[in-house]
Design a protein around this ligand. Structure first.
Ligand code: ATP
Ligand code: LTN
Length: 329
């Protein structure tokens, strides 16, 4: 069975783009492959952390993952820092990748430039090595990621091939896959940039846990354009097209079809808001239920951690043996 792995960082609140572009596909994919999903809290340490915040974010993100429909009896949902093999394998990856290769990573160049006078950790630089460890530890065949992560999957493949060449066949070579049905959700106020939790202004971002009244307000303020025609055309009408894409994704149709139903922007905005509210309602209910029973939530995570650790520790031992490190017993 194909092994699929994808991870998400516990930074910021989960938004509609994360859900429609990634999480929803994780849920629909859980029965057709052996899926592993990590909450990568160690990755989040690459940018400065406020003491005590990350653990809470991790628990809340776990509640979101189960609330959207990942089933702990089917999918392996784990917390990266609970599996020590990630850090251990991360070091081996750092010693298999070169300084030059890491220097060419666009995410590092962008993120370090954005931080300007702020602290730029060495972890931000070696981030792709830890990501390679995440992937290779689980013998993942496929890694569903957005375009921004393709370079990190490429470098993971290079690391795996170099290691296998040096020390003998050890790692499965993974492939990046783009989910076929993944919607690309744009910021409601700035429809030419993607909805993102790290932008300066989040009033065009719909969060998964937003109350209905807030969602209505955000959609009402959504940027459209000066014409009045409802058509799907991303180039000419990015705002209207984004609303159509969201509405279509929330109601299980396609944006062109959705465009035929509406003639006025106002109607389209309120239909999109209502569709999103209806889609999120059961998720929000389940989320609050899950968070109200911390013990049960921890048990659900523990199940994933145990299965993840089994696989990860076997792969780490294999890598140690391949290198020829002295065994401890
Ligand atoms: P940041 O704003 O810090 O870059 P993000 O909101 O883009 O964060 P990530 O944690 O980088 O979120 O991504 C989690 C997953 O959500 C990834 O698979 C990514 O491709 C997907 N994703 C993020 N934003 C969108 C979006 N606007 N539309 C569709 N998919 C998205
Ligand atoms: N770098 C990714 C998160 C991430 C990841 C992974 C994704 C860390 N480890 C392993 C896929 C597989 C991001 O910023 N979205």
């Amino acid at each position: 069975m194909t092994r699929v792995l994808s991870c998400i960082q516990p930074t910021g609140d989960v938004h509609l783009g994360n859900y429609l572009g990634a999480l929803r596909n994780w849920v629909s994919g859980q029965h057709s492959a052996d899926v592993f999903h990590g909450i990568v809290d160690l990755h989040a340490l690459t940018v400065t952390q406020i003491p005590g915040v990350i653990g809470n974010n991790t628990l809340q993100l776990a509640a979101v993952l189960f609330a959207v429909g990942l089933d702990p009896d089917v999918a392996t949902v784990f917390v990266q820092s609970h599996i020590p093999e990630h850090s251990q394998m991360g070091w081996i990856m750092e010693c298999t990748v070169s300084f030059g290769e890491l220097s060419r990573m666009t995410q590092f160049k962008d993120k370090s430039a954005k931080r300007e006078a702020e602290f730029v950790s060495a972890g931000l630089f070696t981030y792709p090595a830890l990501q390679a460890a995440d992937i290779l530890l689980y013998d993942a065949n496929e890694v569903p990621v957005g375009d921004d992560q393709r370079q990190h999957i490429e470098i993971t493949r290079d690391i795996a091939m170099r290691f296998n060449h040096r020390f003998g066949e050890t790692f499965v070579i993974p492939e990046a896959v783009t989910p076929a049905s993944g919607a690309r959700v744009m910021d409601l106020l700035n429809p030419t940039s993607k909805m993102s939790k790290s932008g300066a202004d989040d009033s065009g971002v719909i969060y998964l846990l937003d109350q209905p009244a807030i969602i209505e307000k955000k959609f009402k303020r959504a940027v459209t354009d000066s014409e009045t025609e409802v058509v799907f055309d991303r180039e000419r009408k990015p705002g209207v097209s984004n609303l159509l894409e969201i509405l279509a994704a929330a109601t299980g149709t396609n944006p062109q079809k959705a465009a035929e139903t509406y003639t006025k922007y106002g109607e389209l905005k309120s239909a999109s808001a209502q569709a999103v509210i209806a889609m999120l309602e059961p998720i929000q209910l389940r989320y609050h239920e899950l968070l109200s029973d911390r013990g049960e939530l921890m048990r659900m995570l523990h199940k994933g951690n145990i299965r993840a650790r089994e696989v990860a520790s076997a792969t780490l031992s294999r890598a140690h043996r391949a290198i020829g490190l002295l065994e401890s017993k």
